[in-house]
Design a protein around this ligand. Structure first.
Ligand code: NAP
Length: 326
């Protein structure tokens, strides 16, 4: 089994740089009632292959199955609780100060864990109460009391419910707003990042304030409504993959890791779970990086379609949501 490469977070805890994502559109659309046995098998395969970071969220309806899978893995002696790094996220419908601690306790109950390694605010906005993915419209998005919600996130650390806290889908400006009052700064910002949306400005800013950037949809999310095949089908990526006798997925995951981010990738296919982990003990060269740096940048519009409301939302334009970042 390959060695687990880690990054040191600002709270002093190490996070393995390749993570196993648990967002699956069919499970989200069915609110968790789609058959999930294959997910459990995938988690156990991932553990055997060497994955130690697991990325879920209340919105994914996979906390329960991840919890069952980990319990099974602990009982079989495959890994112990200390060996794995588990992330979950605050559902935006719970992004109200009084709802944060109960929401985390509910997540822990589903995960059958006593603590998380990382708890993230899923998006920089709240949803009206009662709204459930995927039935979200721009009218359901409301401003979040960021200061109140963050204070409750900090209490989650103080209560021992999570080791680290962070954010997701936050721009540099939104992080800077948060840093102005945070007592415990966010350890991580999880954002969509891949060769077609490289997040250069955000990565530079996060580095300057010691916040680790974690990449979601590092393959570009092929097959998901929020993603596309454009990353894996990019001729530049294919050419680099051929040169190194690797697959396009391995090239883009390696590219992310060489840029200092952790990559949260999802596959429920045993061959691809293993393929995606073969990203250590080889390197991209300078020329590869230069070619990837020159790929035309394009923000994926999925989030904007849900979260931008020109009439009465907290983000009236895409500019207000992303603060001009690409
Ligand atoms: P992704 O890892 O870029 O793409 C996953 C898709 O690629 C799946 O359809 C998978 O299908 C396919 N795939 C996996 N490995 C492959 C390979 N080697 N070759 C070809 N296709 C491959 O991204 P994602 O699913 O959009 O997101 C990954 C994780 O990021 C999620 O599970 C979640 O944990 C997190 N996420 C976070 C947010 C947020 O707002 N914070 C948003 C989205 C996602 P198979 O399963 O069939 O292999």
């Amino acid at each position: 089994m390959a060695e687990v490469v880690t990054v040191l977070l600002s709270n002093g805890v190490r996070m393995p740089v390749i993570g196993f994502g648990l967002a699956a559109e069919d499970v989200m659309i069915s609110k968790g009632s789609a058959p999930v046995d294959h997910i459990k098998a995938s988690v156990l395969t991932a553990i055997q292959v060497g994955y130690r970071t697991f990325d879920t969220a209340s919105a994914y309806f996979t906390e329960g199955i991840l919890g069952e899978s980990l319990k099974d893995a602990f009982e079989k002696g495959m890994v112990s609780r200390e060996d794995v790094f588990v992330t979950s996220k605050l559902f935006p419908g719970d992004s109200y100060p009084q709802d944060v601690i109960p929401a985390l306790r509910k997540s822990l109950e589903k995960l059958k864990l006593e603590y998380l390694d990382l708890y993230l605010i899923h998006i920089p906005a709240a949803l009206r109460k009662g709204v459930v993915y995927p039935h979200i419209t721009p009218d359901d998005v409301v401003a979040m009391d960021l200061q109140g919600v963050w204070r409750a996130m900090e209490q989650c650390v103080e209560l021992g419910l999570t080791k680290a806290i962070g954010v997701s889908n936050f721009s540099s400006k939104k992080i800077s707003d948060l840093l102005a009052f945070s007592r415990i700064p966010p350890a991580v910002n999880q954002v969509q990042m891949h060769p077609n949306w490289q997040q250069k400005k955000l990565r530079e800013y996060c580095k300057s304030v010691n916040i680790h950037v974690s990449a979601f949809s590092p393959l570009g999310g092929p097959g998901n409504s929020w993603g596309s095949n454009n990353v894996l089908d990019n001729p530049v990526i294919k050419e680099i993959a051929n040169k190194h006798f690797k697959t396009p997925a391995q090239v883009v995951l390696r590219w992310g890791i060489e840029n200092g981010v952790s990559v949260m990738t999802k596959s429920f296919n045993p061959t691809r779970i293993s393929e995606n982990f073969q990203v250590f003990n080889w390197k991209l060269d300078e020329e590869d990086h230069e070619k990837i740096n020159n790929i035309r940048q394009q923000r994926i519009e999925f989030m904007e379609k849900i979260f931008v409301n020109p009439i009465n939302g907290p983000f009236k334009t895409a500019e207000e949501l992303w603060d001009g970042e690409i």
